[in-house]
Design a protein around this ligand. Structure first.
Ligand SMILES: Cc1ncc(C[n+]2csc(CCOP(=O)(O)OP(=O)(O)O)c2C)c(N)n1
Length: 648
């Protein structure tokens, strides 16, 4: 008999006896493994928080009490317990449940997330809102040990700890970010869990005292007793205690006998409290426990074996970019690579294999990553920051203030530019062209295919200033690769196809789509040129103005937001050059957050496929022709002399 099927909201959970919770946890795990094997998702993190989620919803009065899930990639059990069980199979699908918390989706989702490290700040905002409004509910933030290393989390703890308000932070410590967690905080947490910190103190004191004749062993006994007392109370959570939080833990996050009474106590405590819960990523699914890194965010897989359901037929853009980087790094010792906790995702594991001493994983710390790169560059190194477009958003000021003002040679390999599919709204790389092109000194490139990508990586590493290459998520096109990467001339595009009526000026992955659209248009009698811009900045003024002279319509295409992006840059150029007599259109992403869904489907929906571009051009050409005629007719009817004036 299914227990889960009878839970439609947390109130149903409260009617259960805690004895049933282990069986419920097993069912939830089964459901998560089943669904994620079919649709992909954050398997390992979710399997790790099942007991914690049950305990929280059992003890809290949600949604009046609030749970804020940091990053919220671990919210699947929460979704299953809060009325979304029947829609769970739609997880991460177009029109389905989000893989993250979404306020639009449920009143139990208190704060939208997807980027790590926002939880404590958001939850503490809710604490202050509660107190300002004279309300009494509880607010709990669950934050992973990876997200604990994010600067924002520390800023939030620093603020909240100083204010002394009732606020519970649960540190969900599985000792993993996506890969093994890194850095001093992670090492500190590790010592806390293993007791190594305490053990070391005891060993050293014992060793010293043992050396004093006669009194040694008595004092050792006394000292051991004092340490025993101190063990639970002071040492393990010193860092958090110093930040103003009462520390409790570490406790086993899979054992309800520990979890329920401790959590119950913690929820009654006054002031800021941090409960340290130790969990295991992937618990309940052998392949995920063995390989939590792959199962952190996995594609659909075969449940029985844990193997990916589909094998990639060609290398990804990511792999090509990093391969090109490795080639350059072999020749230039100044090249070092930096990742903010995304060694696998950015492909830098391959770089690390060859150059272990030249790879820096700084943890979830994008701001630090960029300024750290600036520091390296200021001393003559050639740092490369490999980062997703969406996560570079967090380091905007560091790009502007630390890299670009000083014209430092930091190369940005911007992965996942454009639409990223199932991770959806928080993860699409929609804004990078727009947020980089207006930064003085910054060069902004995007290749039309993987061959151009390798040339652009080389270009980036030879350029003496800030420069970025942006490429998409996914498998490359399979074009022929030149044997050797060669640097491209900065600010030079290429004319891929001549045409006299329309010019499509495209950038990045949209170029070949534009080309196919142009071929079809030309076949149908609308002579269409195609420019591969290559550079969003600096634009190839000469080429674009030359082409603009010959055509009546200019259409720009980009897989990025329309506002302030590549198309805007072309319009600025046309305006500055006082080009008249051309009608323009920008194809790109609209002024709203793009939903989740397969890349192909989203590209179709936003008119970025060959078909979409073709339709847009057709509409523009026929629409403008129709509108112009109508305008002329109206004018002629109202002002009979209009036609004459035109002629004179
Ligand atoms: C700002 C930001 N950088 C990088 C990521 C990519 N990312 C997603 S989850 C994750 C690891 C999170 O680790 P942790 O907080 O310990 O949570 P867990 O998944 O282990 O529960 C990373 C690096 C992100 N979501 N946001």
């Amino acid at each position: 008999m299914s227990i889960l099927k009878n839970i439609n909201c947390p109130a149903d959970l409260k009617r259960m006896s805690p004895d049933q919770f282990p069986a419920l946890a097993r069912e939830i795990r089964e459901q998560i493994i089943d669904t994620v094997s079919a649709v992909g998702g954050h398997l390992a993190s979710n399997l790790g928080v099942v007991e914690l989620t049950i305990a929280l919803h059992y003890l809290l009065d949600t949604p009046t009490d609030k749970i804020v899930w940091d990053t919220s990639n671990q919210c699947y059990a929460h979704k299953l317990l809060t009325g979304r069980r029947e829609r769970f199979h739609t997880l991460r699908q177009y029109g389905g449940l989000s893989g993250f918390c979404k306020r639009e989706e449920s009143e139990y989702d208190t704060f939208n997330a997807g980027h790590a490290g926002t939880g404590v700040s958001a939850a503490f905002g809710m604490v202050e809102a509660r107190d300002q409004m004279g309300l009494k509910h509880k607010i709990v933030c669950v934050v992973g040990d990876g997200a604990m290393t994010a600067g924002m989390t520390l800023e939030g703890l620093h603020h909240a700890g100083g204010m002394g308000k009732d606020f519970v932070v649960i540190l969900n410590d599985n000792q993993m970010s996506i890969s093994k967690n890194v850095g001093a905080i992670s090492a500190y947490l590790n010592r806390t869990i293993t007791g190594e910190f305490y053990g070391k103190v005891r060993q050293e004191t014992g060793h010293l005292l043992g050396k004093i004749p006669h009194i040694g062993s008595d004092i050792q006994r006394l000292a051991r007793r004092a340490e025993e007392l101190a063990k639970g109370a002071i040492l393990p959570g010193l860092l958090f205690e110093e930040l103003g939080f009462q520390y409790s833990g570490p406790i086993d996050g899979h054992n309800f006998d520990h979890l329920l009474p401790t959590l119950e106590n913690v929820l009654k405590m006054k002031g800021p409290v941090l409960l340290h819960v130790v969990t295991k990523k992937g618990l309940g699914y052998e392949p995920a426990m063995k390989n939590p890194v792959w199962f952190h965010a996995c594609p659909p897989f075969v449940r029985e074996t844990g193997a990916a359901a589909k094998k990639a037929v060609r290398p990804s853009y990511t792999a090509i970019a990093i391969e090109a980087l490795i080639k350059q790094a072999r020749q230039d010792k100044r090249i070092v690579a930096i990742t903010a906790a995304m060694c696998e995702g950015t492909g830098l594991t391959a770089f690390e294999k060859e150059f272990p001493d030249r790879l820096y994983d700084v943890g979830i710390a994008e701001q630090h990553a960029v300024t750290f790169a600036a520091g390296l560059a200021a001393q003559g190194m050639r740092p490369v920051v490999a980062i997703y477009a969406t996560f570079l958003q967090r380091a905007y000021d560091q790009v502007v203030h630390d890299v670009a003002t000083q014209n430092l040679p930091v190369a940005f390999l911007i992965d996942r530019g454009g639409l990223v599919a199932e991770d959806g709204t928080t993860h699409h790389g929609a804004f990078d062209y727009a947020y980089l092109r207006h930064v003085p000194n910054m060069i902004v490139m995007a290749p039309k295919d993987e061959n151009e990508l390798q040339h652009m990586v080389k270009t980036a590493l030879q350029h003496d200033g800030p420069i970025s290459v942006r490429y998409p998520r996914g498998i490359s096109l399979g074009v022929k690769m030149d044997a050797l990467p060669t640097a491209l001339p900065i600010g030079k595009g290429e004319l891929l196809k001549e045409g006299t009526e329309v010019a499509i000026i495209a950038i990045g992955v949209t170029v070949w789509q534009a080309y196919r659209a142009a071929e079809r248009l030309s076949r149908e009698g609308i002579s269409t040129a195609v420019v591969n811009a290559r550079f969003v900045k600096p634009l190839d003024h000469e080429l674009i103005l030359e082409v603009a002279k010959r055509v009546r319509y200019i259409v720009t295409v980009e897989e990025g937001c329309r506002m302030g992006g590549f198309g805007s840059a072309v319009l600025e150029l046309l305006s500055d050059a006082r080009v008249t007599g051309v009608t323009t259109k920008i194809i790109g992403l609209p002024d709203w957050y793009i939903e989740q869904g397969p890349q192909d489907l989203l590209r179709e929906r936003y008119g970025l496929t060959a078909e979409g571009i073709y339709q847009s051009v057709k509409e523009l050409v026929s629409g403008v022709a129709a509108a112009t005629n109508q305008f002329r007719e109206t004018l002629s009817a109202n002002y009979p002399s209009y036609g004459d004036e035109q002629g004179s």
